[in-house]
Design a protein around this ligand. Structure first.
Ligand SMILES: Cc1cc2nc3c(=O)[nH]c(=O)nc-3n(C[C@H](O)[C@H](O)[C@H](O)COP(=O)(O)O)c2cc1C
Length: 169
């Protein structure tokens, strides 16, 4: 099972369309980050202590965490905002802190980012390396795709790459 986080605030735009094309092939379940009630991580550490993998906050994240725990694949589709992912996406990533090494075992993280820059822009390399470090740390398998969605033609090309990625095992 795969959980797909669609991180754009813009309904029906590039990230959504890529996530939906991807899900139609993998059968993954999409969570639209803009539509869920997820607050920032408090950094209280309860999840790593008394909480034993649970979060102290009572918003939508405990349910999302359980769905992520059951999944063997997680995919993130986000626009690039200021060389990073959107705040909506980051809220969910931070709140994955309760997941243990055991929870991450055997999981694959796929990160797909799109930005208004050209395909060869350094922002894609920087994000690829950054998530490479994160997935090394959590010992998850990792796939990355960074695409420039400068115009409709570029977007169609990007969509093809996404479909190819979805079809890969
Ligand atoms: C606040 C803001 C910051 C942005 N920063 C970047 C950036 O650093 N690099 C980039 O390539 N595009 C940047 N963009 C453009 C978006 O990434 C681009 O329009 C993207 O295709 C939007 O994806 P969506 O259709 O899924 O919302 C920015 C857009 C906004 C609104």
């Amino acid at each position: 099972m795969e959980i797909i986080i669609a991180g754009s605030p813009r309904k029906g735009m590039y990230s959504d369309r890529m996530a939906e094309a991807y899900a139609s092939i993998t059968g993954g379940e999409i969570i639209y980050a803009r539509s869920v009630n997820v607050h920032p991580c408090h950094g209280c550490g309860w999840c790593h202590g008394k909480g034993e993998g649970r979060c102290v906050q009572k918003d939508d994240m405990p349910d999302i965490l359980e769905r992520i725990r059951k999944a063997d694949r997680i995919a993130i589709f986000s626009p690039i905002y200021w060389w990073q992912l959107t705040a909506q996406t980051k809220l969910i990533i931070d709140r994955m802190y309760p997941l243990s090494a055991e929870d991450w075992k055997g999981k694959t993280l796929t990160v797909v980012v799109n930005g208004a820059a050209e395909d060869d822009d350094r922002e894609f390399t920087l994000l690829k390396e950054q998530f490479g470090e994160m997935t090394d740390y959590i010992r998850a398998a990792y796939r990355f795709l960074g695409v420039g969605t400068t115009d409709d033609a570029a977007f169609e090309k990007a969509l093809e790459k996404v479909r190819k990625l979805a079809a890969e095992k």
